[in-house]
Design a protein around this ligand. Structure first.
Ligand SMILES: Cc1cc2nc3c(=O)[nH]c(=O)nc-3n(C[C@H](O)[C@H](O)[C@H](O)COP(=O)(O)OP(=O)(O)OC[C@H]3O[C@@H](n4cnc5c(N)ncnc54)[C@H](O)[C@@H]3O)c2cc1C
Length: 386
C-alpha cells in the first residue's frame, strides 16, 4: 500500500487548513451564530456530502480527499460538517442506494443543507441484538401503511424531524429477515409519542417512541416491501464504519495528551512518569492500528465495493479503546476527574467524567461487542454459527 499523498491531495489538505484557520475561532470566542455560519460556510465549500454524487447536491469528491478533510477537521476539533449526523452517515447513503428519484430529490438536499435531523428506529424493547425479530407492525391500507408498535433507545428522537423506521409487514415468514420493510416517517405524524429516557450522565439523548395507527404514504417506503433487511444491512455497515471512524480518536488522544501535560503524579509532572508514558504510547499504537485498518475499508470503497462485515472490527476496537482512555483520564485526575461540570475543581469541564459515563454510546450503540465478535468470527473468519 502506498501511504504517500499526491501533490493534489497535499494541496487539498493545505486548502482545508487555510479554511480552518480563517473560519474556526477559538472556543471561547465563538458567538451565538457561530454554528449556523460554520454550517453554511462548509456547505458553500462543497464539503458536506463531499463524496456524494453532484446530481444529488454532493461534490463528487474523492474518498482520499474526504479522509483528509475528516482528519484535518478532527485535529482542529472543528464542529461537525452537517447538523444531521445520522442523515449524513447512513440515512442519506441509504436513500441514494435504495431510494426512488422522488425520495432523493425530496430528502437529500435537506440533509446536506442541515435543515432536518434524522433518527433511527430499529431497536425494540425485546429486539436489539436480534434485530431481525422486530415486531413493530406496518399494515397496508390502500396507498398508506398503518404503523403500530414501539421502538426504544432511539437516539435523537426528542429533536429529530424524521425517522428511518424498520417495520414488519409480514409475520408468516420462513426466515425472520424476510417481511421487514423500511419506512421514512415524519416525527410529527399523528399517533407518534416520544418519551425521552435519561441516561446515567444526565442527558436525554434517546427515547422510547410509540406508534399508534400512524399513517405513512407508500411513497415513503425505502426499498421494496419485505426487503427492508437489505437496506438495514448496508445502513448498519455505514453506522459501524462511522462509529469506528478513527479521526475522532485522534482528537481524543490529543486532548488526553494535553491533560497528561498539565497533570502531576505523586508530585511530579505526569508526562515524566514511565507508566503514564507507556499508557499513552499504547493508546497511540492502538489508534494507529485503527487508522491502518480503516485504510483497508477505504481501499475497498475506492474499488467501488460496498462496506459490509469488516466495519465491525474498528467498531469493536473503538469500544474498548474509548473505555480505556476515559478510565485512564479519570484515574489520572483523581477525585476531581469524577466531577461533572458545575464544580470548581472539575477537570476539562467535566468532559472526561461525562464520556466515561457515556460509554454505552460507542459500546452498545450500533450493536454490542458480543455481536461484533460473532460477525467477525462467522462472516470474516468463517467460523461455525453461534
Ligand atoms: C447509547 C445508545 C444509543 C442507541 N441508539 C440507538 C438508535 O438510535 N436506534 C436504535 O434503533 N437503537 C439504538 N440503540 C440500541 C442498541 O442498538 C441496542 O441496545 C443493542 O443493539 C443491544 O440490544 P439490546 O439492548 O436489546 O440488548 P440485548 O440484545 O438484549 O443484549 C443483552 C446482552 O446479551 C448479549 N447478546 C445478545 N445476543 C447475543 C448473541 N447472539 N451472542 C452473544 N451475546 C449476545 C449482548 O451482547 C448483551 O451483552 C442504542 C443503544 C445505546 C446504548
Amino acid at each position: 500500500m502506498d501511504f504517500e499523498y499526491t501533490p493534489e491531495e497535499e494541496s487539498f489538505r493545505a486548502e482545508v487548513r487555510d479554511f480552518i484557520e480563517e473560519n474556526l475561532p477559538a472556543k471561547d470566542q465563538r458567538g451565538p451564530n457561530f454554528l449556523a455560519t460554520w454550517l453554511e460556510k462548509v456547505r458553500a465549500k462543497g464539503w458536506v456530502g463531499f463524496s456524494w454524487p453532484k446530481e444529488y447536491g454532493g461534490s463528487d469528491g474523492g474518498l482520499i480527499e474526504q479522509t483528509i478533510l475528516r482528519e484535518e477537521m478532527a485535529l482542529a476539533k472543528a464542529p461537525p460538517l452537517g447538523a444531521s449526523f445520522m442523515g449524513l452517515a447512513w440515512v442519506g447513503p441509504g436513500i441514494m442506494q435504495y431510494g426512488t428519484d422522488a425520495q432523493k430529490k425530496r430528502f437529500i438536499p435537506d440533509i446536506l443543507d442541515s435543515k432536518v435531523t434524522w433518527c433511527t428506529g430499529y431497536s425494540e424493547p425485546n429486539h436489539g441484538s436480534d434485530l431481525a425479530s422486530i415486531q413493530c407492525k406496518a399494515e397496508r391500507d390502500g396507498d398508506y401503511y398503518v404503523i403500530n408498535g414501539q421502538k426504544t433507545w432511539t437516539t435523537g428522537a426528542p429533536w429529530s424531524q424524521w425517522i428511518i423506521l424498520l417495520t414488519r409487514t409480514q409475520f408468516d415468514v420462513a426466515v425472520k429477515h424476510d417481511g421487514i420493510t423500511c419506512l421514512l416517517v415524519p416525527m410529527d405524524a399523528a399517533g407518534i409519542e416520544v418519551r425521552s429516557i435519561e441516561n446515567m450522565a444526565g442527558d436525554r439523548h434517546f427515547a422510547e417512541v410509540f406508534f399508534t395507527d400512524v399513517r405513512v404514504p407508500v411513497e415513503n417506503r425505502l426499498g421494496a416491501e419485505g426487503e427492508g433487511w437489505k437496506v438495514t444491512v448496508s445502513a448498519l455497515a455505514n453506522e459501524r464504519s462511522s462509529i469506528g471512524e478513527v479521526t475522532q480518536m485522534f482528537e481524543k488522544l490529543d486532548t488526553l495528551k494535553a491533560l497528561v501535560n498539565s497533570s502531576t503524579k505523586q508530585g511530579k509532572p505526569a508526562n515524566q512518569d514511565p507508566a503514564v508514558r507507556r499508557r499513552i504510547a499504547v493508546f497511540e499504537t492502538k489508534i494507529a492500528a485503527m487508522k491502518y485498518n480503516g485504510l483497508r475499508y477505504l481501499t475497498k470503497q475506492i474499488k467501488g465495493e460496498p462496506l459490509t462485515s469488516e466495519t465491525s472490527v474498528n467498531k469493536l476496537h473503538r469500544a474498548s479503546l474509548e473505555i480505556e482512555m476515559d478510565d485512564f483520564a479519570v484515574e489520572l485526575t483523581g477525585q476531581s476527574g469524577l466531577l461533572l461540570k458545575g464544580s470548581e475543581t472539575t477537570v476539562d469541564g467535566g468532559s472526561w467524567a461525562k464520556s466515561s459515563l457515556n460509554w454505552p454510546n460507542v459500546v452498545i450503540g450500533g450493536g454490542t461487542p458480543n455481536i461484533q465478535r460473532n460477525i467477525i468470527a462467522e462472516r470474516i473468519l468463517g467460523q461455525p454459527k453461534d
